[in-house]
Write a protein that binds this ligand. Structure first.
Ligand code: ZN
Length: 152
C-alpha cells in the first residue's frame, strides 16, 4: 500500500508522516496516517450552506433540506443532502448515510458514491421518502473511502 500525496501526487509509503517530495504533512489527528478525504488541507474552504461535519473526513460537510423546500411536517418527507468539499479534490467518494428514528431506532442505512467532488464543489443527492418509514430524528453521514481527484 502506498499513499499518493494530494498536493504533488508523489507516492509515499503508507507509514510516511510527511510527503518525501514536497513535505506535506500526511497525518491526521492522533498521529494516524490517512488517505484521501482525511488529510487536512492547510487552507480549507468554508461552505455557507452545509453545516454538519461528515464523520471521518477532514473537510467534508453536509446540509439537508426537504426536497422541494418547505417545512417538514411528518419527518418522513424526502430529503436532499448536499455534501460540500472544502479540502483536496476527491474522486469516487463513498459515503454511508444512516437515519435514526425515535429512541435511536434505525430507519435506514445506505451508501452513496460521488464520482468527483472537487475542492469547493457541492454535490446533492436525494433520500427518498420510502427510506423513511418513520419520522427522522438524527442523521449520520460518514466517509467510507475516497481517492484523490485529478490534478489540473
Ligand atoms: Zn507531496
Amino acid at each position: 500500500m502506498s499513499l499518493s500525496c494530494p498536493r504533488c501526487r508523489t507516492l509515499n509509503p503508507d507509514v510516511a508522516h510527511y510527503c518525501r517530495q514536497c513535505g506535506l504533512r500526511l497525518e491526521v489527528a492522533g498521529g494516524a496516517v490517512a488517505g484521501a478525504g482525511r488529510i487536512r488541507h492547510p487552507n480549507p474552504l468554508v461552505s455557507a450552506e452545509a453545516t454538519a461535519a461528515v464523520a471521518g473526513a477532514a473537510h467534508l460537510h453536509y446540509g439537508r433540506q426537504p426536497v422541494g423546500g418547505g417545512t417538514p411536517l411528518l419527518g418522513t418527507e424526502p430529503l436532499e443532502l448536499t455534501v460540500f468539499n472544502g479540502g483536496y479534490d476527491l474522486a469516487n467518494v463513498v459515503l454511508r448515510v444512516r437515519g435514526d428514528g425515535e429512541a435511536g431506532r434505525s430507519l435506514f442505512a445506505l451508501m452513496r458514491e460521488i464520482e468527483t467532488l472537487a475542492r469547493g464543489q457541492a454535490v446533492s443527492f436525494e433520500i427518498p421518502s420510502y427510506e423513511l418509514p418513520g419520522p427522522l430524528h438524527a442523521l449520520h453521514v460518514e466517509l467510507v473511502s475516497a481517492e484523490f481527484g485529478a490534478q489540473d
